[in-house]
Design a protein around this ligand. Structure first.
Ligand code: AVJ
Length: 322
């Protein structure tokens, strides 16, 4: 595409590299071991996630789309935003429904925010071509660290779709919501997508698909560490585990070592031992009850305007006001 789209980049190579080094050193020297889910998303990981959204078992994307198809007009009318800022925008595929409705109500700018520059620029070019009157300003940033640096023109809607809020454990989630609220001003709105508690077998199937795409996505974090930190993981020597923790109401993904290993991570001068069967946590994906979600938003200083769900009650979109 020829459209003029310029990336604002808050994640220079140095910053990213230091963050990855810190996370890998912290997580892999802890007991039990863990790695944060944000490192899934290099170009390959983003592509695998897109494949996940098309799997028959992975319902959240389709449910959220169904809600947007039905309610985007209502959401746009309530928000009457000038600027849409989308956190964790990925391919921005679902966003066109929102953009169609919001541009009809006077939206002039769209800012997708993501960590993967390839996916981000690709989406930005595609949307700039589709909405010629819209100013598309992609920002490469980490939504947990750069909220204060987001553009501030006019009435803003912050969209955080897909259920990505579920990647944050309760403490960091409260911090995120409070920080986001503090960067907003009266008239601004927050549109939050969240996956809802449901039958355990459906939850687990969504994170352990029969085609093995989620398993490849899970193992991708090891490819990323190999590539970025000169490590020697053999990803195939780890089994993909997805389980539902009912007490915490979250899905947990883990990688389980199938044999004893000693893995050099050369860039860190670190050697990480694994025993057979040892598991490391790579993601939590929290599931919500509507009343809990409302309470968390209210506690962070938002006023909940409207909750939308699909007919089966699988997924929720909540519109809240600053
Ligand atoms: C992109 C964080 C919403 O938690 O469902 C999909 C990521 N992980 N399958 C989710 C994911 C495994 C996804 N989010």
């Amino acid at each position: 595409s020829q459209s003029a789209v310029h990336l604002i980049d808050h994640l220079d190579r140095d910053h990213l590299r230091r963050a990855l080094e810190h996370d890998v050193r912290t997580g892999l020297t802890a007991s039990p071991k863990w790695l944060p889910p944000k490192w899934f998303y290099d170009a390959r990981g983003s592509d695998l996630f897109t494949q996940i959204t098309r799997l028959p078992e992975y319902y959240p994307t389709r449910r959220e789309l169904a809600i947007l198809r039905e309610w985007a007009g209502d959401i746009a009318a309530r928000a009457s935003a000038d600027t849409l800022i989308e956190l964790g925008s990925g391919t921005s595929e679902k966003t066109t429904l929102l953009l169609d409705a919001l541009t009809a109500k006077g939206l002039t700018a769209y800012t997708p925010v993501d960590v993967d520059p390839v996916t981000l620029l690709d989406a930005a070019h595609r949307l700039a071509a589709r909405y010629p009157a819209l100013t598309v300003q992609p920002v490469r940033a980490d939504f947990e660290h750069h909220l204060a640096a987001l553009p501030r023109p006019g009435r803003r809607m912050i969209a955080f779709l897909g259920g990505t809020i579920g990647n944050l454990p309760p403490g960091p989630r409260e911090h995120f919501l409070t920080t986001l609220r503090s960067t907003l001003t009266p008239g601004d709105t927050f549109l939050l997508g969240a996956d809802l508690v449901k039958d355990t077998s459906r939850l687990v199937a969504a994170y352990d698909d029969s085609a093995g795409v989620t398993a490849a996505f899970n193992r991708n974090v090891l490819h990323v560490v190999n590539h970025e930190l000169d490590a020697d993981f053999t990803p195939e020597d780890f089994d993909h585990i997805a389980l539902y923790d009912e007490h915490n109401a979250w899905i947990e993904m883990r990688l389980r070592a199938t044999r004893p290993m000693t893995v050099p991570i050369r860039a860190l001068g670190l050697t990480v031992p694994f025993t057979t069967g040892e598991e490391m946590r790579t993601e939590i994906s929290a599931k919500f009850h509507l009343h809990g979600l409302r309470a968390e938003l209210t506690a962070a200083g938002f006023t909940v305007d409207h909750c939308y769900t699909d007919p089966d009650g699988d997924f929720a979109l909540v519109l809240a006001r600053a």
